[in-house]
Design a protein around this ligand. Structure first.
Ligand code: PGA
Length: 236
């Protein structure tokens, strides 16, 4: 693993964006695994800048996002589809039909999970997966548990995740309690993984994830086994 400690959120964003930029230049028809949350906002901003400067062409790229809340459709301002459109997709030349997310309002969430795994396989897997990390070590919405969950699955969000995400909602009660998340299988099968981490409050969990035991209690710890992991962090 390659761990880059940087000074600022801006540097982290610029470096992670550069890696994604390089991926698209090397393979314009690549499959990018993307993430939501506060951490990647600066990365997407930089990618939009690069596109506006005429340096980055998304026209042949495909994206698959990590997760979506159950019960929120793409028009809901807190849905991850809405976030991705607003932060990135609306501002670059990517065809919306090639931007994939789990469907949070699918009639049968289990069938939706299977569909998502088949879709990722049919795309040939993920070339580069961008990740953040939760304070409890979650990746996507792979929450701490008794075992690593390999396929896309429906997850009951932990109280700490609901609390952390309530900052985007009017109250804790409004945060959906379930989500569909890509499993650790597709994430670990990505050919390259970039983990972006920002904030002193993430220092302890990052340390445990990268240098502690590999355990499903800290889903991100499985990344220690990934053959091409780059961590870009500003954690003080
Ligand atoms: P954050 O979320 O970027 O908003 O801190 C990361 C995560 O929970 O995966």
């Amino acid at each position: 693993m390659n761990v880059m400690h940087v000074e600022s959120y801006e540097q982290m964003s610029r470096i992670a964006a550069n890696i994604i930029w390089a991926q698209i230049v090397l393979k314009p028809e690549c499959v990018l695994g993307l993430a939501t949350g506060s951490t990647p906002v600066g990365i997407y901003k930089r990618l939009v800048e690069l596109h506006r400067n005429g340096e980055l062409d998304f026209s042949r790229a495909t994206t698959v996002n990590l997760d979506e809340y159950c019960g929120l459709d793409g028009g809901h301002p807190q849905s991850y589809r809405f976030f991705m459109n607003r932060q990135l997709f609306d501002h670059v030349n990517i065809e919306k039909a090639r931007t994939h997310m789990p469907d949070g309002v699918a009639a049968d969430p289990q069938t939706e999970c299977r569909r998502y795994d088949v879709l990722i396989q049919s795309l040939g897997g993920i070339d580069l997966q961008l990740l953040g990390i939760g304070h409890n070590g979650h990746i996507g919405f792979n929450e701490p548990g008794a075992e690593f969950c390999i396929p896309t699955h429906v997850v009951e969000l932990t109280p700490s995740t609901i609390k952390a995400n309530s900052r985007f909602f009017a109250s804790d009660e409004e945060v959906p309690k379930r989500a569909i998340t890509m499993g650790m299988g597709a994430i670990m099968a990505a050919r390259k993984v970039v983990l972006a981490v920002s904030g002193a409050d993430k220092r302890d969990i990052l340390e445990k994830a990268l240098y502690g035991p590999v355990t499903p209690q800290i889903p991100a710890s499985l990344l220690q086994l990934h053959p091409d992991l780059t961590v870009v962090c500003c954690v003080g």
